[in-house]
Design a protein around this ligand. Structure first.
Ligand code: HEM
Length: 406
């Protein structure tokens, strides 16, 4: 239990953190990686360079400080992060390293303003916050270990097949190298894969949504080749496309993530994706086709054109299994063939007007996934159109951001 005095001090520093938060976390990462370079095997360097991880951590620290006397309100947010931590094999012993580096950064950035009293209060508060994460993650590790076919940490997978889905998206079918069973997953979940790329000093890891029906003997991930091969974002996806071949070994952790379909819900469901954001919806739509074939489903996909879009045939084939299925494609720059596609709905972008013309039931469940500008437009558009907040579910590529900010 934190004392009244500690709570008061921690809360009173929130305004300072809000101004200096990102500066503090930037110094924190720099110092932490200098002292513990082994952590560079764990962190995603692309997110670091874009500053997104710093922003995500800073936002969480502010939220924790504001709620330090009622940390239970943070549990849903903690769970989402804990899924990511569990899928990256983050362990309790990592927390003191982060704590020490964070306190050091607060001292360095605040200078004389960081009195011993403030630093001690934050040390105590960090301990409490870290325990919340450690306990939530402990349960997740236990679940992963106890699940049929489940495992903890990384396991070797063989690339059993590599299938081109569009000009820019390729699927990888992964089977466990030990020939054993694999854990099933909830539609919408992701796995972390880890690989050693030739010429790179550190291992790299990435999260990819599972893009197929749960309950198979393999996992399928579908990766978009990012346009710039020399940027940190592009390096891994281009390596996967160009260098990783059937028969190669990739490590993976067990499925994780809370962007999932509510399997007990029977209301109409809208699956709205931009670009490679289509992937989690492939596992959802296959699951619905299998388990709730009568359910009203609207699959709405936006892409530059049909040449870069994956799964056109797979989706068209599902029409026979789903009794109430509406497929709509919105292309920014459609080809002649796209204009002839019976599912072509609009040239341009998805917007409030499209919703008002095509969405009958605001009580449905709306799931959205895609790049940040797409998410922002669709999620804010749905709110504007009058869909209640708790009917809108979305997932970012990479660390979560605040959609209201530019
Ligand atoms: C991701 C917060 C401790 C490693 C994240 C994210 C947040 C966060 C907000 C972004 C989640 C998302 O993807 O939306 C925190 C807080 C911590 C903590 C508040 C302490 C109380 C740790 C520790 C480690 C760690 C101890 C390991 C040394 C990571 C990594 C990611 C991550 C590797 C993914 C980053 C990426 O993909 O760039 N954490 N974290 N975190 N965290 Fe933590």
């Amino acid at each position: 239990m934190l004392s009244e005095q500690t709570i008061k001090i921690v809360k009173s520093t929130v305004p300072v953190l809000e101004v200096k938060g990102t500066e503090i976390t930037t110094v924190f990462y720099k110092n932490m990686f200098k002292k513990h370079p082994e952590l560079l095997h764990i962190f995603n360097h692309a997110n670091q360079q874009q500053g997104r991880q710093q922003a995500a951590l800073a936002n969480t620290v502010y939220a924790a400080a504001k709620n330090i006397d009622q940390l239970h309100v943070l549990i849903p947010a903690v769970k989402q992060i804990a899924h990511k931590h569990r899928s990256l094999a983050i362990k309790p012993e990592h927390y003191p390293i982060v704590g020490e580096s964070l306190l050091g950064a607060i001292k360095e950035v605040l200078g004389d303003a960081a009195t011993d009293e403030i630093i001690n209060a934050w040390a105590e508060a960090y301990g409490v916050i870290a325990d919340v994460f450690i306990n939530v993650e402990k349960e997740m590790y236990q679940e992963a270990a106890e699940q049929k076919g489940g495992w903890i940490d990384y396991r070797d997978f063989i690339v059993a097949d590599k299938v081109k889905e569009s000009d820019v998206i390729t699927s990888f079918y992964l089977k466990p190298a030990d020939g054993g069973e694999i854990a099933s997953f909830l539609p919408g979940q992701y796995i972390t894969i880890r690989l050693k790329m030739a010429g790179e000093k550190f291992m790299v890891n990435r999260q990819y949504s599972l893009s197929h029906m749960p309950g198979n003997e393999h996992y399928r991930i579908s990766v978009k080749r990012e346009a710039e091969p020399d940027t940190p974002e592009g390096r891994v996806s281009n390596y996967l496309h160009d260098k990783v071949q059937a028969g190669d070994i990739i490590e993976a952790t067990a499925p994780a993530g809370d962007f999932i379909l509510d399997q007990n819900d029977h209301n109409p469901v809208y699956l709205i994706s931009g670009g490679v954001g289509i992937t989690p919806f492939m596992s959802m739509i296959h699951w619905i086709a299998n388990e709730q074939p009568e359910r009203e489903v609207h699959f709405i996909h936006a892409a530059r054109n049909g040449n870069v879009q994956a799964f056109k045939e797979e989706l068209a084939n599902l029409k026979g299994d789903l009794k109430n299925f509406k497929l709509s494609y919105i292309y920014e720059d459609p080809t002649e063939a796209d204009l002839q596609n019976s599912h072509f709905s609009k040239q341009g972008y998805i917007d409030k007007q499209w919703f008002s013309e095509n969405v009958k039931d605001k009580q449905g469940q709306f799931h959205v996934c895609g790049p940040v500008p797409f998410l922002r437009a669709v999620v804010l558009g749905l709110r504007d159109f009058g869909v209640e907040q708790d009917h809108i579910h979305y997932e970012f590529f990479g660390p979560a951001l605040n959609l209201e900010e530019n």
